[in-house]
Design a protein around this ligand. Sequence first.
Ligand SMILES: NC(=O)c1ccc[n+]([C@@H]2O[C@H](COP(=O)([O-])OP(=O)(O)OC[C@H]3O[C@@H](n4cnc5c(N)ncnc54)[C@H](OP(=O)(O)O)[C@@H]3O)[C@@H](O)[C@H]2O)c1
Length: 179
Amino acid sequence: MTDFAPQTATGKVLWHFAMSLDGFVAGPDHSMDWMTGFTVRPGLHQEYISTTGAVLGGRDGWDVIDDARPYGGAWQGPIFVLTHHPEDAEPAPGVTFLNCDVAEAVRIGLEAAGGKNLEVFSPTIGRQLLARNLIDEIDLHIVPVLLGDGIRLYDNPGGVPIRLEPAAAVNVRYRPATP
Ligand SMILES: NC(=O)c1ccc[n+]([C@@H]2O[C@H](COP(=O)([O-])OP(=O)(O)OC[C@H]3O[C@@H](n4cnc5c(N)ncnc54)[C@H](OP(=O)(O)O)[C@@H]3O)[C@@H](O)[C@H]2O)c1
């Protein structure tokens, strides 16, 4: 297992997800019921809760989660939701609906984060930011499950490979769980 130094709050733009082993961050129809039955290392959630200053997401994710808050409500802070039609969004405390360029959304989010990190909770926005060199870090927690269908972390048919650092491959070993 590869482990990294604890996350730090230095005004980074993080693309942060729990992801299935086969690369999905949500199941079909945005289902998230696969995110159960596993543990993360002690302190991991608290690490992200304390280093996150603001969150940027997309309208689809926001609409399906029905005002569920990041980290089960344990994190408090400004949330920004990108949409081309903010006028029909249901107002929610602490949530700002933005219709602007993704770079401007990042600028607004980082300013609101006040020196802490901006977490991007959207595959589609993350892809746009990657193309603009606006992602500082991709943080993934691989969940031991194969989904086979759903919303991929990075869906870009016909695109070119995006090279990432560190250059070393991460090796993982799993066994099918006993039914
Ligand atoms: N596994 C995890 O840890 C985790 C964490 C967070 C979220 N999720 C899941 O990730 C999924 C996100 O779904 P998704 O990526 O398909 O959708 P999404 O990014 O949440 O939403 C896509 C929508 O965002 C708006 N948008 C995106 N880019 C825009 C831009 N440049 N300008 C204006 N609006 C823009 C558009 O909304 P309009 O149509 O309104 O214009 C677009 O249709 C959800 O199922 C969520 O539950 C998983």
